[in-house]
Write a protein that binds this ligand. Sequence first.
Ligand SMILES: *Cc1c(COP(=O)(O)O)cnc(C)c1O
Length: 358
Amino acid sequence: MKPLDELTRPNIRTLAPYSSARNEYSGRQARVFLDANESPYNNPYNRYPDPLQQELKEVIGKVKGVAPSQIFLGNGSDEAIDLLYRCFAEPRVDNVVAIEPTYGMYKVCAGINDVAYRPVLLDADFQLSAEALLSACDERTKLVWLCSPNNPTGNNLDAAEMEKVLRLFQGIVVIDEAYAEFSAQRSFRYRLDEFPNLVVLSTFSKAWASAGVRLGMAFASEAIISIFNKVKYPYNVNQLTQEYALHHLSDMTQTENWTSVLLEQRPKLMEAVERLPFCQKVFPTDANFFLVRVDDAQSVYEYLVGEGIIVRNRSRVALCQNCLRITVGTPEENEELIKALEEWGDGGKYAAHTTSGS
Ligand SMILES: *Cc1c(COP(=O)(O)O)cnc(C)c1O
């Protein structure tokens, strides 16, 4: 890895961050707070929240097995994705390299930040080749984007190939583990001390059933987290979200049970989809969704919309022609989906569709 100073954008390296009232005095023993121009009347949210979310990071650190100083919390993982560009990638000068296909936000944020985005196709099994990825990198490549389990393909990337990228790439390697709770692969967040250039992303949005509160996590070296803290909005995670998260983390049995149910449902749903006459291939998955190639994805998609069931048509994504991405739902929801698809496949509507050639 290049020295972190060299990877950081010059304006960020020399930035004097905003110092908020709650930064300057954060002790709890004081009784009278007249330093932040807040209302003294408890609404009950009259006070600014802890800018560094220290209590919450203590708890998340225990759950995730990471030191609080190695945690960044943001308004969804999306905030961490954007921050990585703002901290490390100089607009119109630097570039980033990413696997393709993958999560769309890496590319959108590259566009917003005016940074060149270099996609590198996965192989036919949606696997990563470290060599192919690294050969797309040059002196100006600051970030490499990996996602495991990957979205929309669902599969884990090969751990040995990811490790090779971590060892050989001179910039920052991001591994987005938004779906890791559904996978048996060991998280890379346990290896932060081994790889100073590693950033692991995680989220409350998927297995933790809290997409609506917008809380994302990044795990990285203390040095990288310090740069994030300098650049982020001072109060980027609001008090309601911090309280919700603390409450949520105080008992994880329910979310763990839900994950077990989804993992039980996953193969059943995939097998039922595989039996459909218009199914070409169900791709293996390590996430709470899977990709399926059908004869005509757009027709299946439109038919399901008519039935009030929404899946994601990924046909326009590289390597995903005629593929639908299906999220595993409750047992009842999955049954409803299968019933609808079987009705279509059983002659009636599917046969009419194939003979009419529309
Ligand atoms: C859903 C998802 C996220 C979650 O983003 P949030 O902003 O935390 O909701 C992150 N990465 C990937 C690959 C995802 O599919």
